[in-house]
Design a protein around this ligand. Sequence first.
Ligand code: SF4
Ligand code: SF4
Length: 442
Amino acid sequence: MAHTVQESPAKIPGPLTLHGLSVEGVNQCVHCGLCLASCPTFSELGTEMDSPRGRIFLIKSLAEGRIALTDSVADHLSLCLDCRACETVCPAGVPYGGLIEAAKAEMEHRRPGSPARRLFRWLNFGLLLGHPRLLGLAAAGLRLYQTCGLQFLVRSSGIVRVLPRTLRAWESLLPPLPSRAERAPLPRLVTAEGPRRARVALLTGCVQAVVFGAHNRATARVLAKNGCDVVVPEGQGCCGALNAHGGDHARALALARRTIDAFEAARAEAVIVNTSGCGAHMKAYGRLLGADPAYAERARRFAASVVDLAEFLARAPLRGPLSPVPLTVTYHDPCHVVHGQKLRGEPRRLLAQIPGLRIVELTESDWCCGSAGIYNLTQPEMATRLLQRKVSHVLATGADAVVTANPGCILQIQAGLAAQRSAMRVLHLVELLDRAYGAPPR
Ligand code: SF4
Ligand code: SF4
């Protein structure tokens, strides 16, 4: 891929921003290159402009008005997974996640793309993610599409091959939609078993609620077993993470405000999140809404109360009794758990407490699987390369199942294993914990 950059005559003085968002963090980069070996796209392509250091140079140059937002610049920035592996290893503390989100927001504003692309984004970001009822209806329609044989017809007839690239990728990644019972909302309150430890509020999410409602139910059960009253606040929906990662900044702000409103009313000691991208994003609400006088302080308070499920449970030994789960598993670290929230030991410590479970380490366990929000739809070629790399490491473990903690990773790795005709299962961490508490295997 070429990476020429055009000089722009205008140089804009003042604080460095893109789309009104600060990118001052670019000045923390000391160009040491320690991040390069951890960057999946640099590892695959070997080009400086597809490395964190190269992208930081592009973001700084754009903000200073020294280069134009050419196709080439947009391509290098769009290829970034926002996996934040570079943040984990950076000795200078460059806040890379915020920089790339600002760059993506700028690109969406200045290069919105074709009418078809804008319609696709509006349908997803504007209509479905923002309106849980419509998302529920869409899930019901997709379930019908899958169960009435239409999906089989579309796939076997080859119609799918004439669809636009993004729609083709979307169709191929469509997970089996669960039954209506599994998509039904959770009860507003699940009461603690045994001595009460805390009152927590659970994020049930958007896609998570309609595709992986079973994980939300398992989460409520496991928390209750560990002494938590679990409140499921009304009026919640998408937290805005997918919008923010996709450069849809305005809607990300609106969804963050709605989430805060819904959860404040629950008066819980902690907000528990079982999806990694949402947890990392909600912990950043303080920065996101820092310039909003009505929400800045509330957003900081709210962000401080957000806790990943594994992070919360690992604060104390799991309450017994736990039944044996006789499986060999390996663990894939979702980027926004291990890099976005710096949680590496917590999920492993929980798995280690399950009797009968054998854990084998995964090579490059903290490398992105290529899912990365909607990256596998927008950048299917790189996503497939990274998925194949991930799946080859997963298969080499010989495990019965790969465990992770994010719906996007689950769907992506499932698709990769299916392509290899492997029967290995992909499980959410909470499914195993739930099994250890007596739930039947699914
Ligand atoms: S490790 Fe940090 S300081 Fe060094 S080049 Fe990468 S982003 Fe810059
Ligand atoms: S976020 Fe991931 S893909 Fe993007 S520059 Fe950093 S390490 Fe590379």
